[in-house]
Write a protein that binds this ligand. Sequence first.
Ligand code: IPM
Ligand code: MG
Length: 371
Amino acid sequence: MKKKIAVIFGDGIGPEVTRQSVNILNTVARVYLHEFEFVYCLMGAEAIDKTGNPLPDETITACRNSDAVLLGAIGHPKYDHDPRAGVRPEQGLLQLRRSLQLYANIRPVTTYPALQRLSPLKAMQTEGVDFVIFRELTGGIYFGKKERDEEQTRASDECVYTRSEIERIGHLAFQQAQQRRKKLTLVDKANVLETSRLWRKVVQEMADGYPDVEVDYMFVDNAAMQLIVNPKQFDVILTENMFGDILSDEASVIAGSLGLLPSASVGDGVALFEPIHGSYPQAAGKDIANPIGSVLSAAMMLDHLGLGTEAEVIREAVAWTLKHNFVTRDIDPVNFYLTTTVGELICEYIGNKVPGQTDEQDTGLRGSTII
Ligand code: IPM
Ligand code: MG
């Protein structure tokens, strides 16, 4: 199969983790006889530095002309504490989501037994956790009218949702629930917000079309608590943009490391895949960042492109590295492996194809204890 993939390295650790994914995709292409063409584009702080624009037009065009987009991370501290900054790297990401109409952000949360010790929750709560968050990504307070008066005494952000915006992501979430444990939880604040009451009404109406899916409704404050107290109860969580942003970061710690989790942002056209972690500037260029979030995002991308077997082999390779403790410093601060080494080991595993064939003695020699 021939596919064109737009790659946006982005800022901070974005380039180094994404490079591992590209190497792994090249290995998959070699082993499974596919052809992946990578088209590199600018976005975020790097794009501002080079062009003055966080999302150059060529990037939008290149993404539109591709089969999928693989993104590293966006953000740089030099913009974070400067309220006068005219342009910010994150604007590039928000504009890209809007331009490509990536209205559903999908974030699966699963736990690995080998990493239980890293979770702030007890094993009893995390064992067997397996849910997916469907976060609306192109509407709500993120994209509503924004105002601030000249005297700097009043500001507002409008939150608007339309029926069609709710329905299009709603269908994706219901369909996903049908393929999973058939439970959908709508998270809202319908006791206070008018937009939430519309979400509830529309989802209630849609539920008739999916009689095999059990639907429940939860206020967002309660959901924030339930995610910690009893995360196992969730299968598919459907929610609006801002609630989804907050809950998905909260949910990410259940697995033990933010560095492990992938995400997909989909619409009706080209889809985008990125790890859920940020640009982690303190670690940039040190070869210590965890590449797994990006690598699993690449696996989600292959699934989306119809290459399920190839996606599965990547996930199997990742599980193998975790099981054998071939992990980066965030997971084991003493006996850790470098970003590039973890990437190479995954390539070797996929290259050999047969599980367990990669020589463990050889891999052991590549461990690092430099702190
Ligand atoms: C995310 C991020 C973004 C968001 C930021 C970088 C604008 O937190 O993808 O969750 O808030 O959507
Ligand atoms: Mg976020």
